[in-house]
Design a protein around this ligand. Structure first.
Ligand code: ADP
Ligand code: NI
Length: 223
């Protein structure tokens, strides 16, 4: 019976993955399919250390977490309906589908600040996996990809850190990639929900701190 369940779950997962892949192919904002694949892999790892979590909900929410993000899709309600339908078609239970949608709705940094929602444990794991993908070596890579795509500069030692720039302001004002570490990336480790994620974040934090030290040393000709 377990084997049968496992088999059915593989089929669901492949269908959901194909759906998320199609959406992320339209991406120009650092939420490409490679990001989705890493978040799914990390969420799976975190779920394995969290027996009370419904793994199907964790993996579906990780796979679909950007499929109706306003940065990726032109019409959010239409994209949300398509996301819901994809999960129904993949054979997920109605209560699981509802839970995944609730998690995605309340997962984003902004939504979290507005509602102070407490996420179910499945959502906490996916949010942690998403945040872990913004730090460490991959986080450094994604930040520079973002800076390049938005015409930003790497660094300006004379500018004070700015905490509040949007993508549009980023092009025209003083946002630099290095500043983004101080405004956001170095703080993410303290915003993680689970101990398993906090443990993973420790090494990634060190990688970023070492990188910033080296970057500034080379910038100022000290290496
Ligand atoms: P999410 O939707 O996961 O909350 P964002 O869209 O804010 O993430 O960011 C996607 C990626 O782009 C992340 O790796 C993030 O660090 C990076 N990024 C976002 N804003 C900036 C910025 N101003 N400068 C450099 N990188 C950024
Ligand atoms: Ni994401």
């Amino acid at each position: 019976v377990d084997n049968e369940k496992e088999q059915r779950f593989m089929i669901e997962w492949q269908e959901l993955t194909a759906f998320a892949k199609k959406v992320s192919e339209q991406d120009h904002s650092g939420h490409g399919f490679d990001h989705i694949q890493r978040v799914v892999a990390t969420a799976k790892q975190l779920a394995a250390q969290t027996p009370e979590a419904d793994t199907a909900v964790v993996l579906a929410a990780a796979t679909m977490h950007d499929t109706y993000d306003d940065k990726l899709v032109p019409d959010v309600p239409v994209a949300k309906a398509a996301t819901q339908q994809a999960m129904v078609d993949a054979g997920m239970r109605a209560d699981q589908v509802q839970m995944v949608l609730t998690i995605i709705d309340h997962m984003s940094f902004k939504a979290n600040l507005q509602h102070h929602q407490s996420l179910p444990v499945e959502g906490q794991l996916v949010q942690d996996a998403d945040r872990l993908d913004a730090i460490g070596a991959i986080g450094i890579g994604r930040a520079f990809m973002y800076g390049g795509a938005h015409g930003g500069r790497m660094y300006d030692p004379d500018l004070p850190p700015r905490a509040d720039l949007t993508a549009a302001q980023y092009r025209t004002t003083e946002g630099t990639v290095i500043n983004h570490f101080y405004e956001k990336l170095l703080k993410l480790k303290d915003q993680l929900n689970t101990d398993a994620a906090k443990k993973m974040a420790m090494h990634r934090q060190q990688v970023m701190e070492d990188f910033l030290t080296e970057f500034k040393a080379e910038w100022h000709g000290r290496r």
